[in-house]
Structure formats: structure tokens, C-alpha cells
Design a protein around this ligand. Structure first.
Ligand SMILES: [Zn+2]
Length: 385
């Protein structure tokens, strides 16, 4: 199962993603974007927020949820005895590795990157952040050579069961990696609809003792931003053997709750102490698809739900058993979809189906509806993808 989100935000005076300082001048991250013109396209530079910055916000939200044990639900699989034991232990023991548990002290998510000896499945079982957001751990070749061939060979044989391509251990060095189950685009302005600007803000601190001004400038950005998020639900909690961890369903629940926390709890971006961005959630769309992934159309200022639907119809007609559910919310009144007309289920001409084009009223409702639907589906087929 796969979930794709496309979201729109109006953000004013933000310094969410700063890149470097020249003396007393701090720059906002920018990227070249293509804007539509009467004659074609032109390149403009505009403020952006990197996917890495958003992933970092998500990891913090996920780790905080786990540390606080908010929203822990009883585990669905396993016998009632082991279930209750698991549930009990999961209430006291956060499913986090030492690095993720102490991310605030460390200042980031190292995810055991220097420890290539802890095998992939063990990492997935012990840390929800490593499981959902992926990791890479390497060991340098020189160190490996010093430690001797025998140890390298031992690592190789014990990792035999690891999924091909995700883990490797060789005499010349070793690395273990897991692809993130959640993917974030850059947050970029919808420059076809509105100009995005960056402007340096002038600040002064006056020193009474030295009787002098300390001047500094920080660039701030304002834009209607778009963000795309993909969640590979089937990959969450999946081990190299293609089996799932026992608490898979709770991990999926926590992933979507962390997404909501990231937005509602203002986790995205830096400089919140003096540049807390004013964010307005304008609208967004989400599609749940299975068995094959389907991504929503870019949430630009047009009827992106109708566009997504049009594409989805062709998609389900070409893929056997493909099913897509669509949710959206729209505070700009861009969407003109007739929900009843757009709902078709197992039409004779259709191989797959599109069901439930459902309007929600807020970003939180959108994520909650997606989460509820995904959870329901997983509970029905707990061992399926
Ligand atoms: Zn971790």
C-alpha cells in the first residue's frame, strides 16, 4: 500500500531553512525553478525548504511521540499473552536506538551510522525512526582490513539472510542501508500562481558598554509553498525476510500521527525563536493506492483533484486490481469535483476501482482520514502488503 500527499501552504516571513552566513548576513536556501511565461518557461530563483529539513522535522516528531508514548494502541498481532506483554513493554520502553533517543543532546539523528556490525533487521526491530526513515552505516576499509579477514567473513555469513542490495559486508569494508519508507520533496513556491520573495531583515543590537551598534541581517521568505510526501506503507516494519515486525500496525499509526504532529506542532524549520513562520494550510490531496503506487498531481493553483482523478481513471484501467482512494481539503475554493459522480467502483470496463473521493475540512482531518483508512485496511489483511 502506498500513500501520496500534495499540500499547499501560505507562509509569511519565515527563515525555516538557512544555508550560510557571510559575516553578519544569513542567507535563505534558494533553488532555480521554472516559471511559465507567455513564450514558454524562464528560470527564477526562489526561497525553498529542503526535503532533508522536512525529514528532520518528521524524525523529531516521530521520536518525540515515541518518547512521550502518545497514542500507543494495543498491538494487533500475536497471541493475547505476548500482545499484552509487548504492549506493556512498549509503554515503558521507547522503540528507539540510543542515538535517536538522545537526538536532542546529540543535535541530530546519527542512527548508529558508525556501527556497521548491528544488522539490518535488528536495527529495524529496535528503532522506529530507523525503520521508517531509513539509514546507512559504513565501516571504513582500512579498519576492516586491520580487524582481519576472519571477522569480515563472519559478518558476511551472518548477513546472508539480509535482503540483497540493502546490506553488504565485504572484506574491503562494509555498509548497511535501508531506503526511507517516507519521502519528502523540497517545499517550493507555486511561482505560476504568486511571486515568492526573499528579503533581508535588518536587525541591530546596541551595546551600552562599548557604545556601539551590532548590525545583522537575516533573509526571510514569503510564498505559497507546495510539498509532496510519499509513504511506502508496505515497507514499514518489513524485515529483510519480507516478514513484518509484530507491532507493524502501531508503527504505521505512529508514522501518520507523526506527520500530523510535524504540521500541527510547528516542527518544520529553524529560527523559530524569532522567525516563527505564520503558516496557513490552504489545501491538499491524498491518494491511497494498492497494489501499485500512484502519486497525486502537483498541488498547484488549479483543480489538482480533477487532474489527479483524470490520471487515476486511466491508471486503474491499465493495472489489474488497482484501487485508489482520494481525500482532499480545499480552503481556496479551487476544487469543483462532484464527489458522487466521481465515485466508481468495479465498473465493468474497469480493471480496478476509484472509491471515496472525500472532502475534508482541514489538514488534520485529511491526515486522520488517510490514517484511519490505511489502518482499517491493514487490520483486515494484517500480513499483506
Ligand atoms: Zn534510531
Amino acid at each position: 500500500m502506498f500513500v501520496s500527499f500534495g499540500l499547499r501552504f501560505r507562509v509569511n516571513v519565515e527563515a525555516m531553512n538557512m544555508v550560510e552566513s557571510f559575516g553578519n548576513y544569513t542567507r535563505h536556501r534558494t533553488a532555480p525553478l521554472l516559471r511559465k511565461t507567455d513564450n514558454g518557461y524562464e528560470v527564477v530563483f526562489a526561497p525553498v525548504v529542503s526535503g532533508q529539513a522536512i525529514a528532520h522535522a518528521f524524525m523529531r516528531a516521530l521520536a518525540d511521540l515515541e518518547l512521550n508514548k502518545i497514542g500507543v494502541t494495543p498491538l494487533q498481532s500475536g497471541s493475547s499473552e505476548s500482545g499484552s506483554q509487548q504492549s506493556k513493554s512498549s509503554k515503558t520502553e521507547p522503540r528507539l536506538c540510543e542515538d535517536c533517543k538522545n537526538y536532542q543532546t546529540i543535535g541530530g539523528f546519527l542512527k548508529r551510522s558508525g556501527d556497521a556490525n548491528t544488522l539490518l533487521d535488528n536495527r529495524v526491530k529496535t528503532c522506529i525512526v530507523d525503520d521508517v526513515t531509513g539509514f546507512m552505516a559504513t565501516k571504513s576499509s582500512s579498519k576492516s582490513e586491520k580487524e582481519g579477514k576472519s571477522k569480515a567473513m563472519a559478518t558476511k555469513s551472518s548477513s546472508k539472510s539480509e535482503k540483497e542490495g540493502e546490506s553488504e559486508a565485504e572484506e574491503k569494508g562494509s555498509s548497511i542501508r535501508r531506503t526511507s519508507r517516507i519521502m519528502f520533496s523540497y517545499m517550493i513556491p507555486d511561482i505560476d500562481a504568486a511571486r515568492a520573495t526573499i528579503f533581508p531583515q535588518f536587525h541591530v543590537r546596541f551595546n551600552n558598554i562599548k557604545n556601539e551598534n551590532a548590525i545583522f541581517q537575516i533573509e526571510s521568505g514569503s510564498a505559497v509553498y507546495m510539498l509532496t510526501i510519499h509513504v511506502n506503507v508496505s515497507g514499514i516494519g518489513q524485515l529483510s525476510t519480507e516478514q513484518y515486525v509484530e507491532d507493524r500496525i502501531d508503527r504505521v499509526d505512529k508514522t501518520f500521527t507523526a506527520l500530523m504532529t510535524m504540521f500541527s506542532g510547528s516542527y518544520i524549520g529553524a529560527k523559530h525563536a524569532r522567525y516563527l513562520p505564520i503558516i496557513e494550510f490552504l489545501g491538499g490531496i491524498a491518494a491511497i493506492s494498492k497494489p501499485m503506487p500512484f502519486s497525486v498531481s502537483p498541488p498547484k493553483r488549479y483543480d489538482y483533484v480533477a487532474d489527479t482523478l483524470q490520471r487515476a481513471y486511466v491508471y486503474v484501467n491499465n493495472i489489474k486490481d488497482e484501487c485508489i482512494k482520494i481525500f482532499y481539503f480545499d480552503n481556496e475554493e479551487l476544487i469543483k469535483v462532484n464527489e458522487n459522480k466521481q465515485t466508481t467502483e468495479n465498473q465493468s470496463q474497469t480493471q480496478g476501482c476509484i472509491v471515496n473521493v472525500t472532502r475534508k475540512t482541514s489538514l488534520e482531518e485529511l491526515i486522520a482520514a488517510v490514517k484511519e483508512d490505511v489502518m482499517e485496511e491493514l487490520k483486515k489483511n494484517s500480513n499483506k502488503k
